[in-house]
Design a protein around this ligand. Sequence first.
Ligand SMILES: [Zn+2]
Length: 287
Amino acid sequence: MSRAPATALRRLNITADTSVASELGIYACPGCKRLLRQEEGALRCPICSQAYPIREGILDFILEELSRSTDPVLRRMRFIDRMARIYETRLWYPLVLNVYCGFHSPSLAQLVRTVSQKVQSAQGRVLDIACGPGTFGRRIASPSKEVFGIDVSLGMLRQGAAYTAKEGIPNVHFARARVEALPFEDGLFDATLCCGSLHLFADTVIALREMARVMKPGAIIAVFTFTAGRGGVLKFRRVREWSRRDHGLHVFDLPEMERYLTASGFKDFQPEVSGSTLTFSARKQAA
Ligand SMILES: [Zn+2]
């Protein structure tokens, strides 16, 4: 890891050999982006004085009631929380992929392999955006890759923490946060994963810009999302329009995706389409 949070650790009076402490020393205020100080059961911003509680082992940066959100995806949080247990089973991933993207869609294992290859050369800190129960992040974590997952669903994060405890994966950390307000300083991450969620964000460019902000120049982003390909119900324009209108699901075409990436500070768009699944990598532009 090239950038140890030494200042934060000194301020917290914590030694770097405690993994939990070093993990907490990484987090910054999602508002003013200053590093947070640790106190009993919470991290507090020294500038805005806002406290972010640690609830059931999960650091929580979302202080609002999401069921009242104007965002249709966030309003369904209770459903998403409850889905956590079946998310990685045959009841969810294969079903969604086959129906949306066609019967020859890649399996979850194939998608994990594709995404892993894209970030293979990255070493250090990996940000996992809308990580769910760490579906991709905990399969990509390694002694040289420390994964920081964020998601808006507490149910998914709790499930992820349970999986990593059971599987004995030490270097995956979970926090509840929104992609539009990431709790990290600028230029911290060596790679970013965004798998199965880019199509759900209210504003794609705002989400991508915030990801770019916390990445190092030249760092790689690996994404799995949907496109209007040849397979599944997403090949029908009416289904795409209905998904967008009623479910906030954005189905991207490739030139559009490249425009969004360029507008957000990324370059080297490398797309791969299979059925209606789109996986791609891009790099953060140099400053
Ligand atoms: Zn602050």
